[in-house]
Design a protein around this ligand. Sequence first.
Ligand code: AG3
Length: 283
Amino acid sequence: MELWFTENHTESVRFSIKIKEHLVSEQSEFQKIDILESEELGRILVLDGFVMLTEKDEYIYHEMITHVPMSVNPEIKRVLVIGGGDGGAVRELCRFKGVEHIDLVEIDRRVVELCREYLPFTAGSLGDERVHIHYEDGLKFVRRRENEYDLIIVDSTDPFGPGEGLFTKEFYGNCCKALNERGILVNQHESTFYDEYAHAMKRAHERIKSFFPIALVYQAHIPTYPSGQWLFGFASKKLHPVNDQNAEWWVAQGLRTRYYNRFVHSGCFALPNNVRDVLAGRI
Ligand code: AG3
């Protein structure tokens, strides 16, 4: 008998993956957690029925959410990661020697525990001595922080369920306060191809723009997310992601990456019209 996992990308569009083994199926205090072993995509983390990552393409998301801001400010030392209990963003951050302190704020302890057990390829750096894990709601955590971070990475789920608070005005305002003068906020920003996602994306962008003088969107091709076209937000008080790109510094770090490079860095901010039109309110 064949076993298939299906995510509904919309009410009438589905994405299915052939599964070899259903490794974990657990209802935590916050969400349903599934870990699957697939034929083609390796291990897969699913939260509340939505694919969070697959072993085959997670590097694209985690490199793009991390190396883009890191290349803009080589002085980044203190980082806050909100969500991201799988450890993928932390893994990429830990590759930079200059990073001194990482606070990882994950609401669901079980996500971290299960990823440590089943997804060592993302969770492998969670034990790094610079990493401090807080099992707490990110929304509450940032309320108490002021002028403390060089970089905040919002590695959230979609804006339905436990991740909802991480798309609110209150949250972005508190992130702004928690960042120092040269601080950068990067968030996973959904996509514009399907209406429901486009709506969430547009609303989040408007909220971020109301706090940060620089607020841009960049894209990456992530085959296992709805439509495969995925967006990230880059916001800051001073630094411009393209004009302030420090390509020489990034190259000098000698990091081998599989998607990100100095050319992708500027290229990913060149948005196609199907994204520009949504951002400009034309769609
Ligand atoms: N977080 C964003 C996943 C969004 C995917 N959405 C979906 N499949 N409907 C990923 C967390 C990886 N650290």
